[in-house]
Design a protein around this ligand. Structure first.
Ligand code: CNA
Length: 352
């Protein structure tokens, strides 16, 4: 594995590279969150108890309209706050601290990038997140606090219900048949050609349009797949320069850290963050998760200001902190704008 990683290590050691991460559920299995498709342990394998017509139905909007219970059973299990970031998430955070990270596209809805201290500006939650909720009928927003209250309300059978029209409310997680956030397409268009390295990890590359990202990067971009299985464009349209590592994400993250000589910083980061999360962990919900990411962002801002010149690009750290602050406030009290929900005429999420 060490030899296979050399092209990546050499590029990173040279510095001045723009790295994009394109990740999926496999980077979070080490945290205890099941992925979709792994045989025996994947969510789809374990959905029999929900009596679904087919496993994907749990994330289908038409099925949700008729039977929201299946989704909310799962949402309760997966709701952010219960899980700690993995070694792989901390590698992403370290890439950010080293000013090598350009963008972290994720299909995950677990917010673990945020919890590892990756700043909002770098993260593209392509399949949405639990940060906002809307009624599926009148599209009015619902606060996280109300959603969590309804999820525990036996008289509602745990189904969050719109205060205005009594329709079902759903977190802004992108279901099959719904469009992805505008930001995903904007960044794809603006900068996909700019990346020097694309690290694709923990994804089966079966959900579109996300699965197309690795084939859209420029010919000069080094593509690296870190996944248990070879998949997607790495199989169907491989490039000579591709690096394919079929192994556990966390194991590869650890090896990379050693090969790059980042061990001490990495261990310190993991130790400090884990301690903080354990202190904050009891009853941690999404609002607390965001507050924690705000705290981490502030610390990063202080570190960066103390040690280096600020970035000369659009990523003014104080703006990012303001943005995260705004997110915390809006998730707790301010209604979010309907226009921010994912109802643009963009391509919809589909499975191969
Ligand atoms: P997937 O289709 O389940 O594929 C996961 C891939 O990761 C598979 O190829 C596995 O072999 C591989 N894998 C699993 N564990 C590891 C590991 N430790 N190291 C290396 N490889 C591993 O999931 P995708 O993300 O490709 O599918 C997209 C769906 C999954 C998105 O819509 C997500 O919202 C959805 N999802 C997200 C989460 C989460 O937020 N953590 C959990 C489950 C599903």
């Amino acid at each position: 594995m060490e030899e296979a990683l050399q092209p990546l290590v050499e590029r990173l050691k040279k510095g001045n590279v723009k790295i994009s991460l394109m990740t999926g559920a496999g980077i979070s299995t080490g945290a205890g969150i099941p992925d979709f498709r792994s045989p025996k342990t994947g969510l789809y394998h374990n959905l029999a108890r929900l009596n679904l017509p087919h496993p994907e139905a749990v994330f289908e909007i038409n099925y949700f309209r008729e039977n929201p219970h299946a989704f909310y059973t799962l949402a309760d299990e997966l709701y952010p706050g219960r899980f700690l970031p993995t070694k792989f998430h901390f590698l992403i955070r370290l890439l950010q601290d080293k000013k090598l990270l350009r963008r972290a596209y994720t299909q995950n809805i677990d917010a673990l990038e945020r919890l590892s201290g990756v700043l909002d500006d770098y993260i593209v939650e392509a399949h949405g997140s639990f940060a906002r909720n809307h009624c599926i009928d009148c599209h009015k927003p619902m606060s996280i606090a109300d959603l969590r209250k309804d999820m525990k309300d036996k008289s509602l059978k745990g189904i969050p219900t719109c205060r205005h029209c009594k329709g079902y409310v759903k977190p802004d997680i992108v279901f099959f048949g719904e469009s992805l956030p505008r930001r995903f397409f904007d960044l794809w268009e603006e900068e996909i050609e700019e990346y020097d390295v694309a690290i694709v990890a923990g994804t089966s590359l079966t959900v579109f349009p996300f699965a197309m990202l690795p084939s859209e990067v420029s010919k000069d971009c080094l593509r690296v797949l870190i996944n248990k299985d070879k998949c997607g464009t790495f199989e169907t349209d491989p490039r000579d320069s591709d690096v394919v590592i079929q192994d556990e994400c966390d194991k590869v993250a650890e090896l990379l850290v050693d090969l790059l000589g980042w061990r001490d910083e990495f261990d310190q980061l993991v130790e400090e963050a884990t301690k903080k999360h354990k202190e904050n962990r009891l009853g941690l919900g999404l609002d607390e998760t965001q507050a924690l990411s705000e705290k981490l962002a502030k610390e990063i801002e202080q570190d960066i200001q103390a040690n280096t010149e600020p970035r000369d690009e659009e990523n003014d750290i104080s703006d990012i902190v303001d943005e995260i602050n705004e997110l915390v406030i809006s998730s707790e009290s301010k209604p979010s704008k309907d226009s921010e929900s994912n109802h643009d005429s963009e391509p919809e999420i589909t499975e191969e």
